[in-house]
Design a binder for this molecule. Sequence first.
Ligand code: NDP
Length: 329
Amino acid sequence: MAQAWTLASRPNGTPTHDNFALIDVASPALEPGQIRIANHWLSVDPYMRGRMNDVKSYTPPFVLGEPMQGGAVGEITESAAEGFAVGDLVLHMAGWRDEAVIPASQAQRVPALGVDPQAFLGQLGMPGMTAYFGLLEVASAKPGDVVFVSAAAGAVGSTVVQIAKAKGMTVIGSAGGADKCAWVSSLGADAVIDYKDGTPLIKQLAAVAPNGIDVYFDNVGGEHLDAALGLANERARFAICGMIEMYNTGAPTELRFAARIIGARIRIQGFIVSDYMSRAGEFYNEMGGWLQSGQLVREETIHEGLASMPDAFLGLFSGGNKGKMLVRV
Ligand code: NDP
């Protein structure tokens, strides 16, 4: 019998283990065009918190009692689909479970770039694409820019740091705790702020960005966004990628420096990574090359076993990961 995680109840505030339940699911015979996949790697991502709320959004809410979805990499164990063979590694969205039965049209063969397959859930997958297009397209970041990025030790943030350095930018990261900050420095960041050290962020940012910032890559929102507004140079560009600080609280953010958007002509643009899916080839070319040459460091925090999915997911909100948070099944 296959197993899957379901949302047992919708969280109010920070999710707890009670919001999740591990259920048995049927393992049906394949219909024409379907494949059976043994999942090896499961992704947990902050956007999943939004899917736990019963609200209209760019992705539909998880359905209570049904298997949850998420990025996964697995191996085909049975195929009724032309062109897909037993043993092929595929990337798909039927995660949060050990076995998936899906139409082959909903799976993508893992590209043969000579890197570990789980990289396609991280730096070579959705978070990597988010970093790449968010920085270079949404924020129009260019060599010489001073870039500030929050959650810089996470999957998206640590990739932003490295792409920005590869492209000749000055990078300031922020992360929680000395250990994470040291790691972000080791990736090449020119300065790193520990936002948990008790000093107001605006003070810390002003100290390391005496000439202001040209780009802000926002993963956090709240005080980070406010400090970036306070230090933004004229015609600075903000890529609003995520606001994890408010995913559990929904609390409004006080932006004391919001009026600077006007005088400094700041361009603020939100985006969803799927806007750039049609340009995946471009992304694989440049990122694949950097990864193969060793120019990009890939870091993963791995939880073991399907049972650990809720722990891995909840860890995203308490800083439990360096690089990409993954579960190995
Ligand atoms: P991460 O790997 O960065 O994990 C989340 C990290 O956020 C934690 O490790 C923690 O790091 C930090 N964090 C958690 N809570 C807070 C808080 N209250 N204040 C400050 N930092 C906090 O996740 P991802 O790289 O996958 O995602 C990063 C952001 O990008 C998220 O906001 C996500 O929603 C967004 N995103 C947006 C996409 C889009 O298409 N727009 C696509 C993918 C991601 P620390 O220990 O440093 O606090």
